[in-house]
Design a protein around this ligand. Sequence first.
Ligand code: HPA
Length: 242
Amino acid sequence: MDFGKFIDIVEDKVEIEYKDIPNFPVSTVEGHSGKLVVGRVAGKEVLVMSGRFHYYEGYSMQEVTFPIRVFSLLGIDKLIVTNAAGGIHPDFEVTDIMIIKDHIKIFDETPLRGKNTPEFGTRFPDMRNVYDLEMMNIVREAANEINMDIKEGVYYYMAGPQYETPAEVNVIKLLGGDAVGMSTVPEVIVCSHSGIKVLGLSCITNTLRDDTVDVTHEEVMESGDLIANSFSKLIVEFLRKI
Ligand code: HPA
């Protein structure tokens, strides 16, 4: 899935390679540039990550969320976090975009495990308001403006990299997950710790309704490419409104 194209619309850009930032992790995905792009979209100052870190790649949870720590120290107070996800809710179709209203991460390590750094936040951060209601409203309005039928739901975190078994899909459904994916939640937890407001958006790249249909990385990438344009439009409209 190539959201890398999003950086093409950033104006007045300055690019900083991850390898030139002290202690920043470097992407393991081949062909991934791995850089921060600073500039302007729809008149708003943005900092875009081109290249992302996943726990399944072997990074620690602290490495996965290191960029959020940097953003916090830079004084960034709002984050738009995006991902590819498998659709579980029966109304979700491939190429839908879902506003993440909440998430579920019952298992796996959290990035906040270990000694707390009070300069960033409290030992026991609240997770009730991390998905910002105001940003959700603005993205609803933005979707309306561009005639997009945007979905909403709960994102269920799985560490991956294997996709879910049919029995796991049933459990996720029972627990209240509407879409499932392997990213985002570690970063959102650290945002909550640091008081960064989050808008989360999932691109439904495949559905998990039919046990007889395999999920493949190719399908996920292809659907992602199909969504990329409308997704960019949504983000631009959102930035225009915020
Ligand atoms: N499961 C987990 N992660 C995903 C999926 C999925 O079906 N699709 C895209 N990311």
